[in-house]
Design a protein around this ligand. Structure first.
Ligand code: GLY
Length: 370
């Protein structure tokens, strides 16, 4: 018998830039011309049916004019496109276009596009680079940064995926003016989440300036973009693979993701997270980590963002309790929640432990009251 030791110790530098600003299309094209992706000149541009006409086609035109070989792949808008089947469609289109490992993926759109395209890039030819051009507040606040890429399954959201960091992220704040109001509110839920878990000043800003943000005032939008990035990348830099700290970004998502799936995506991601944030806050209050008045502040700010604060009637609460077990934080079959400590902080339960076990009965009690 022989034993061989395969030494594969690695030092990896996945650092990348997040560029925020207004109307970044030309900068994006200039960066690609300037070698952002080295010598690669064949790109699969993944976008959705709404963003295509608004931004992606004109970016593709500029890229073609600059001499790049572009295969544009348009997926239907909405969370229902974030599936294994759609991943296969994108991959098959790339294969049919003759793209091999000498290509890169450019994701132009919101969270569905960046999550799906990043996952495609991670497995296509065993991995090709990708760049995100975020055109929604949700993607700017959360999805496009941090390297979580995934697809949903009928059981739950984001169950199949990988950590895969982009080569660069562009956050084009000017694109928010074309967002439907519900999409803007959905992105606000992740912004409010960041205030709750790590930035009390951001939370206070939102309490005072919600309408300015919802009306896309440039100064207010720039402020929340920078604060969102600040909270998110500080967490991701410390714990990219969610071995502990990154779980804090899951605040509100234990109940939120379950509601989103059970609503069959009638609720947008942020709308479901809004209700999930209240569930987590009620639990935090119940366990003495949050005052009733801080819970009221949270509910008020969610309402001011025109987000739902109650579980819709059409969602069966018993099914919702059962669905909680599809959460990725579940360990040894036990539910685990991230809890808020007042506004702007989370509870730490031990060394690098940021989620705590909650009994099914306690989770049910909170859900029944929502
Ligand atoms: N959206 C949660 C995270 O990026 O970890």
């Amino acid at each position: 018998m022989s034993t061989f030791n395969v030494e594969l110790k690695k030092v990896v530098d996945d650092s990348y830039e997040i560029e925020t600003g207004f109307d970044l299309q030309d900068k994006f094209v200039e960066d690609l011309k300037g070698g952002l992706l080295g010598k690669l000149h064949r790109f699969a541009v993944v976008t959705d049916s709404i963003v295509d006409g608004l931004y992606a086609q004109s970016i593709c035109d500029k890229l073609v004019e600059a001499g790049f070989d572009i295969t544009k792949i348009v997926i239907p808008e909405g969370e229902k496109s974030k599936t294994r089947q759609m991943k296969e469609y994108v991959e098959d289109t790339m294969l049919a276009a003759g793209l091999r490992r000498d290509c890169a993926v450019l994701a132009i759109g919101g969270g569905v596009v960046t999550d799906l395209a990043g996952f495609v890039a991670g497995t296509y030819g065993r991995g090709v680079p990708f760049v995100n051009y975020a055109t929604t507040l949700l993607a700017a606040a959360d999805a496009s940064i941090g390297g979580k890429t995934a697809v949903d399954t009928p059981l739950a959201t984001n169950l199949i995926g990988m950590f895969n960091q982009p080569k660069k992220v562009y956050i084009d704040i000017a694109t928010w003016k074309t967002l439907p109001a519900r999409q803007m509110s959905s992105g606000m839920a992740e912004t409010i989440k960041h205030g709750c878990l790590g930035d009390a000043e951001l939370f206070e800003f939102l309490e005072k300036n919600m309408d300015r943000v919802l009306n896309c005032e440039p100064e207010a939008c720039t402020y929340i973009t920078e604060r969102n990035c600040g909270v998110k990348y500080k967490v991701v830099m410390k714990d990219e693979r969610e071995s502990g700290l990154r779980e804090v970004l899951n605040l509100g998502h234990t109940v939120g993701r379950a509601i989103e799936t059970l609503s069959d995506y009638r609720l947008l991601h942020g709308e479901a997270v809004s209700i999930g944030l209240i569930a987590a806050a009620r639990l935090s209050e119940d366990m003495g980590y949050m005052s009733a008045s801080d819970v009221d502040r949270l509910i008020a700010v969610l309402k001011s963002a025109r987000l739902p604060v109650e579980i819709p009637e059409y969602i069966d609460r018993q099914k919702l309790v059962a669905k909680l077990y599809t959460d990725k934080k579940v360990r040894d079959g036990k539910l685990r929640f991230v809890l808020q400590k007042g506004i702007g902080d989370v509870v730490q339960f031990g060394d690098n432990v940021y989620a705590t076990q909650i009994s099914e009965d306690k989770a049910r009690e909170i859900i029944m009251k929502l």
